[in-house]
Design a protein around this ligand. Structure first.
Ligand code: NAI
Length: 492
């Protein structure tokens, strides 16, 4: 169902446009210990209202209330699970008994999940409905009769832009938020005649802890966060829009601009919006994991191969690199890898093809290996065999996992190829190189991708991506003689 805010806004209660001080006002905010709820609480308290931060996380609510009070506001905390109708009723009754009134009931507590519908189970439905929908219903059932008796009051339910427009990978969340929007709009129209105002808040993508706490079903959290379609909007700006919208008694408080735009597009061009969502769903599918293995696939549905990666643009190379997993050193050690620098410049400079040798480092711990390079300059074409163009070895390095506090810990998911620690002569420019390297697939140590950086003091300047594939066994002296079987592309 689509709503037109103008039509419903026309039903605004009269005289509700006054802004400013809220000195004698009492507000309950569920989910008030964090994110949007807390930011709204802080702003209401600054305007003089007494805010009750009700949250399932009692300790966090206590800390938040303390913060508001020490900044000169009036706040108290309550540990309440909004799914528990009795507890919510007790909360509302207790506040009404203590303060003699309840002016604002923000039914804001919410949880979320993202993931494909086929990865969703009944427990997900149950859990999310209980908080996002039942939590709002419980708040209304507790506060609405009181507000009718008072002859005034304002119920503000937190929906979402996902309650106004559909989103792929958000079926359960979107369903609960659509329900919240629908029940808020319905209640608003009948509550107006009883002196009670009702608004629904529909934020877009807001920067709150929710992005870390929501359930990422069968997806990598960090990857999914990176794939968000909009930059997260600061929570303070969202709270200001909410408070202003409430004081103006807006029916729909949609914020920020990207949310308004999405809503407008969906209302104006629903067919186009759904088509765009289908495209977005296809892209998001690439983030899906199955059986714990990365499902980074070509459009054909097959896994990437060495040649296929070499043909990708920088954006895709970055994606592949960022989704990789740390190299298995035991599987890498003792092998030669063929390598290709993936950039036009490397082709011109005739440094496209190379061979890297990894070998066990006898003196160090087993989680460190070392190695060196051969040029394979005799041809830049990838369809010609990889043979050293000179027996001279160069670019010596050590490979290991960087500790979190070390300067070169640029990509914690990768192994560092540190040329600064190799046995390079002082005049060898390789000493200034740092490569970060990962396996493209966690179960395949044969196919690797790396990013090359120049180390200038504390600066790391990006030089390009390179792809590597296991070529042949490195013999005792590690080089010229080619033995062993080569790795089957894309095997697992
Ligand atoms: P948040 O995770 O920072 O805050 C949610 C709060 O709700 C937490 O303090 C949590 O402890 C509390 N909570 C969770 N389950 C509860 C329960 N059963 N009973 C009582 N409290 C409970 O998240 P955020 O972003 O501030 O979310 C607030 C509301 O805004 C939610 O309803 C969410 O769906 C909605 N929203 C958030 C958006 C965003 O981008 N952050 C976008 C659109 C809507």
């Amino acid at each position: 169902m689509l709503y037109n805010s103008r039509v419903v806004d026309n039903l605004k209660n009269k005289g509700a446009k006054k802004m400013g001080k809220l000195n004698d006002k009492i507000a309950i905010i569920t989910g008030g210990a964090s994110g949007i709820g807390l930011a709204v609480g802080e702003q209401l308290a600054k305007r003089g209202a007494t805010v009750i931060l009700a949250d399932i996380n009692g300790a966090q609510a206590e800390a938040a209330a303390l913060k508001i009070n020490s900044a000169g506001g009036k706040s108290e905390a309550a540990c309440v699970n909004v799914s528990d109708a009795v507890a919510v009723q007790q909360l509302v009754d207790g506040v009404a008994a203590r303060y003699g009134r309840l002016d604002y009931m923000f039914n804001n507590a919410g949880i979320s999940m993202t993931g494909e519908a086929r990865d969703t189970n009944l427990a997900d439905w149950d859990r999310i409905i209980k908080v996002n929908l039942n939590g709002v219903v419980n708040g209304i059932q507790a506060a609405y009769p009181l507000m009718i008796r008072q002859g005034h009051g304002h119920i503000i339910n937190t929906g979402s832009i996902a309650g106004l427009v559909p989103f792929p990978l958000n079926m359960v969340y979107s369903a609960t938020k659509h329900a919240v929007v629908a029940l808020s709009a319905s209640l608003r129209t009948e509550a107006a005649g009883l002196g009670v105002k009702v608004s629904v808040v529909c934020p877009g993508f807001i920067d709150t802890p929710l992005k870390d706490t929501l359930t990422y079903r069968n997806m990598d959290k960090e990857e999914a966060k990176k794939a968000l379609p909009f930059k997260l909007h600061p929570v303070e700006g969202c709270a200001t829009a909410i408070v202003n919208g409430v004081l103006r008694n807006k029916a729909f408080i949609v914020t920020p601009l990207h949310a308004k735009l999405l809503w407008w597009i969906y209302r104006s061009l629903p067919g186009f919006f759904l088509w765009a969502n289908t495209i977005a769903a296809g892209k998001s599918r690439k983030l899906r994991k199955e059986d714990g293995k990365s499902q980074l696939l070509l459009p054909s549905g097959e896994r990437y191969t060495f040649d296929a990666i070499c043909a990708q643009n920088k954006g895709t190379l970055e994606q592949i690199f960022m989704r990789g997993t740390a190299l298995d050193l035991r599987q890498t050690s003792g092998w030669q890898y063929k390598g290709s620098n993936v950039s036009f410049v490397s082709l011109i400079l005739r440094i496209r093809k190379f061979i890297k040798v990894f070998r066990p480092e006898t003196t160090a711990a087993p989680d460190v290996i070392d190695g060196y390079n051969f040029w394979a300059r005799q041809n830049g074409r990838l369809d010609r065999p990889w043979e050293p163009s000179s027996p001279n070895r160069h670019g010596f390095y050590k490979v290991y996992r960087v500790q979190p506090n070390e300067q070169d810990n640029k990509f914690p998911h990768a192994m560092l190829i540190n040329y600064g620690l190799g046995n390079n002569p002082w005049y060898n420019p390789s000493r200034f190189l740092r490569d970060y390297i990962v396996q493209v697939y966690p179960d395949n140590p044969c196919l690797l991708i790396g990013g090359a950086f120049f180390a200038l003091g504390s600066m790391r300047i990006f030089g390009g991506y390179f792809v590597m594939e296991r070529l042949r066994k490195a013999d005792k002296d590690h080089e010229e003689e080619a033995h062993g079987k080569s790795c089957i592309q894309g095997n697992s």
